[in-house]
Ligand binder design. Structure first.
Ligand code: GLN
Length: 548
């Protein structure tokens, strides 16, 4: 079967949740036995979001192959249970970079290089290459931005051309729009949707299906009106009402018949949807038996999107423990040794978040110390793990003012440092350890109990490492090395033995947690937090049973 391409554009306003609609449609098609992937086209000039501030862009999502990508790819992986790669995220910056590189190499044979056809050809080849890479049944292409934006135009033009090149019957155009409720008029308004569809149509891309975000149910007359003015059939107006949880959206979309319409229109060979497991998951997150609070200590906490995957992984880990996890967002800048108890005393566990730069480090170290000394379950991720090592070095191994050279490059005890082989790479500009690396777990640790196997792989995004020169000193004072990268002998996981649950990981486990496969460390962490809130403690054996 030829690969089918579904183009999803958005109109009226940004933040309509296009990524969630794409991921939900993808989930429904996967549940019907189809092989699906999703690609995000981002109209900004940055080559990737790797250099963008988290306030600008939210989390940078890292794939197995080490690509720094848009956080929507996280939704795709979590909803579909697939693995994405660099191919799943294309930006205008990358497209232009590649076209200009080809031009410099003389590949355009002296022609004038233009938006049409050269930029649009480059966009089309990204879309088609992904479809062909694994012979997918369906590629959902999410076009970032809002219809009418100048920067989206080359993408819409490329989609328009593709519809003819791969055949109208192999493509579908879905437009996501807003049907606002005007309180003064007491009614839902269709005009913004009409205008949005008109703008899209002016670019030659008329929609086959409309997904209408709305606070209220669309009645028959509204649907008829939208269908009439927007040139679609009545059944092709799909309502998407606000949901309590993003994980409900696939079920709501199924009830609205989105997947059935797509399957009919693309003539896809699909079986009945199997969503039993998904429904069980949604039920668990909506009606859990327990409730706990976890402090997430970080420096971008005003902007929750900066920690998107962590928040989702906690929901997944919570569902496995029949527990609602309430995140208490704690700004690390404001924590001090004096107020740490007042700020963190009420929570049943503490997670110190990833990050870059020295701001808020004092607060993070105070949070680690508080968790360590008071037997509060602690999870340190990337920078959070590095803080745990620094705190341990200073307060348990007698290494006064130990630090990371990221914050103090002249410190006497650089327990976190650039590795010598990285210094050489620095000159070439590629200093980050990015993407998937192996890790061998140590017997008898919380980590191996959680994973239930010795060899694992996880994704990384950092420059600094635990300094092997100080490893023995830390170990001798009681810091367990619970996981090591075998190729480069780098510390990947640390633990403290006589503590209910104290685990620091150099990698980002949150990136691999999905609805169908919640991450074992998050499951184990929530379990320990729940036990703490109930005044119990869990043994490694118990936590192994909980996962299996
Ligand atoms: N800033 C630290 C490093 O580069 C940690 C990075 C992170 O938390 N992702 O090593």
């Amino acid at each position: 079967m030829a690969t089918k391409y579904i183009f999803i554009t958005g109109g009226v306003t940004s933040s309509l949740g296009k990524g969630i609609i794409c991921a939900s449609l993808g989930r429904l098609l996967v549940a019907r036995g189809l092989r699906v992937t999703i690609q995000k086209l981002d109209p900004y000039i940055n080559v990737d979001p790797g250099t963008m501030n988290p306030y600008e862009h939210g989390e940078v999502y890292v794939t197995d192959d080490g690509a720094e990508t848009d956080l929507d790819l996280g939704h795709y992986e979590r909803f579909l249970g697939i693995r994405t790669s660099q191919q799943n995220n294309v930006t205008t910056g990358r497209v232009y970079y590649d076209v200009i590189t080809k031009e410099r190499h003389g590949e355009y044979l002296g022609k004038t290089v233009q938006v049409i056809p050269h930029i649009t050809d480059e966009i089309k080849s990204h879309v088609l290459n992904l479809g062909e890479s694994e012979n997918f049944d369906v590629v959902i292409v999410e076009v970032g931005g809002t219809v009418g934006d100048i920067e989206s135009l080359p993408y819409i033009e490329a989609m328009r051309q593709l519809r003819y090149e791969v055949g109208r019957k192999n493509t579908l155009s879905i437009h996501l729009t807003l049907v606002p409720y005007l309180a003064a008029a007491g009614e839902l308004k269709t005009k913004p949707t009409q205008h949005s569809v008109k703008t899209l149509s002016e670019s030659g891309m008329s929609p086959d299906l409309l997904v209408c975000r709305s606070e209220y149910q669309l009645d028959e007359s509204i649907r008829k009106k939208i269908a009439l003015f927007c040139n679609v059939e009545y059944e092709d107006v799909v309502a998407s009402l606000d949901a309590e949880s993003i994980y409900e959206v696939p079920l709501l979309m199924q009830a609205e018949g989105l997947d059935s319409r797509v399957i009919d229109k693309l003539n896809l060979p699909a079986k009945n949807a199997d969503l039993k497991k998904w429904k069980g998951f949604v039920d668990k997150i909506k009606n859990p038996s327990h409730e706990i609070s976890i402090a997430l200590v970080g420096k971008y906490v005003e902007h929750h999107d900066a920690y998107k995957s962590i928040a989702e992984a906690l929901i997944h880990g919570g569902a496995m423990n029949d527990t609602r996890v309430n995140i208490k967002w704690i700004q690390s800048d404001f924590i001090t040794a004096d107020n740490v108890e007042q700020r963190l005393g009420q929570v049943s566990s503490i997670l110190v978040a990833p990050g870059f730069g020295g701001r808020g480090i004092g607060g993070k170290l105070a949070a680690v110390k508080f968790a360590r000394e008071n037997g509060i379950p602690f999870f340190g991720i990337c920078l959070g793990m590095q803080c745990a090592v620094i705190e341990f070095a200073r307060n348990c191994a007698g290494l006064e003012n130990a630090n990371s050279t990221e914050f103090d490059d002249k410190c006497k005890y650089p327990v976190i440092d650039f590795m010598p082989d990285q210094r050489k790479i620095e000159n070439k500009g590629g200093t980050m350890r990015l993407g998937k690396y192996d890790c061998k777990l140590t017997g008898g640790t919380k980590a191996i109990a959680a994973y239930g196997q010795e060899m694992i792989d996880e994704r990384h995004r950092h420059r600094f490492e635990v300094n092997n020169e100080w490893r023995e000193k830390l170990f001798d004072n009681g810091l367990m090395i619970a996981g090591v990268n075998p190729e480069r002998d780098l510390v990947e996981i640390i633990e403290i033995e006589d503590h209910p649950w104290f685990v620091g990981v150099q990698f980002h486990p949150e990136l691999k947690s999905t609805v169908n496969e919640p991450h074992p460390l998050f499951v184990s962490f929530v379990e320990a937090a729940l036990a703490k809130s109930q005044g119990k403690s869990v043994t490694s054996e118990e936590s192994k049973e909980a996962v299996s």
